[in-house]
Design a protein around this ligand. Structure first.
Ligand code: GLU
Length: 317
């Protein structure tokens, strides 16, 4: 008899503590929580405070308080680093990211980049208007990798990862089959910025892999980052999780909710509604229930199915 060990199911919520959560953040949290709870798995709370200018401890504390108030309990992570894979705040995981970067440097896949954002923007084709920056390869060595292990230089520089002209294919639970060419989508991308800050792409892959995350559920705005992340999974030899990108909630004017939108942030919502009312509204938005009758997250576990959730990129509420 062969005993097959399958990895325990693990999901995560990875908020950036740069403001009070809004209904859209909560929609992501609830869907991720329901998906993992309906499979009997564990849920991790990771604080993505890589950006020292925008992240505040107080916002992280508020996120925890809001999740607890709503009944979205986590098994691992949080500010008190519950569990074996801590620390669970990215600002305290620098040594872990350095180690991963070192592996990519030792493989000869990185090089120092001295370009400023303005230099890169100056080379962009005029039709690229969605905010994406495609690195034109200005600092890339002329020969194919392996490159010299990043040379010592007294000048401040970012570290970029070489990407080949290669398609990455994956299937998103909601959005279906995806195929992205890394060279035309982003080009060589940054792993560590010139000011020493770690790039989201590197940190998120290293953290999800080392924390044993088996499913990533997040907003549709990150669908296009997934190919870069899958490339890193491959280079670092980590098994990749599944990916589900949720529709973004938009206001009546069709604008995506943001942390600056006061009306639907948790401070406002908590002053006007019970947790059950808020969860009931989100359940109706997700089409898990026919009306927005108040309920608790746990009541929705038996009703949860990805097939009920629209694959549209946005939902107007
Ligand atoms: N920290 C990101 C955010 O708050 C989420 C990253 C992810 O889920 O991969 O938007």
């Amino acid at each position: 008899m062969t005993i097959v060990h399958t990895a325990p199911k693990k999901g995560r919520f990875a908020p950036s503590p740069s403001g009070r959560m809004h209904l859209g953040n909560l929609f992501t949290a609830l869907m991720s929580w329901l998906s993992i709870r309906s499979q009997g798995g564990k849920w991790v709370l990771r604080i993505e405070d890589l950006d020292p200018q925008r992240s505040k401890y107080e916002y992280a504390r508020q996120i925890e308080d809001d999740l607890q108030w709503l009944g979205l309990t986590w098994d691992e992570g949080g500010l008190d680093d519950k569990g074996p894979h801590g620390p669970y705040s990215q600002s305290r995981r620098t040594g872990i990211y350095s180690h991963a970067l070192r592996r990519l440097q030792d493989a000869g896949l990185t090089y120092p980049c001295f370009c400023t954002r303005a230099d890169i923007l100056a080379t962009q084709a005029p039709h690229i208007s969605d905010g994406r920056i495609i690195y034109p390869g200005t600092c890339r060595p002329a020969h194919e990798p392996p490159f010299d292990t990043t040379p010592e230089t007294p000048h401040r520089h970012a570290t970029r990862l070489f990407v080949p002209d290669m398609d990455i294919s994956f299937t998103d639970t909601l959005c279906g089959a995806q195929r992205v060419n890394l060279a035309t989508h982003c080009g060589d991308f940054v792993l560590q910025r010139a000011d020493g800050a770690w790039a989201y792409q590197l940190a998120v892959v290293v953290d999800d892999a080392l924390m044993g995350i088996t499913e990533v559920v997040r907003g549709n705005d990150l669908l296009t980052s997934t190919a870069q992340q899958l490339y890193l999974y491959r280079l670092l030899g980590y098994p990749a999780p599944t990916f589900t990108h949720l529709p973004l909630l938009c206001n009546a004017q069709g604008m995506r909710l943001s942390k600056r939108d006061r009306s639907l942030n948790l401070a406002e919502l908590r002053s006007r509604h019970t947790p059950e009312e808020i969860i009931g509204s989100l359940a109706a938005i997700a089409r898990l229930t026919p009306d927005n009758a108040p309920c608790r997250p746990a009541d929705l576990i038996p009703l949860f199915s990805w097939s009920k959730i629209t694959p549209a990129p946005t939902i107007r509420i």
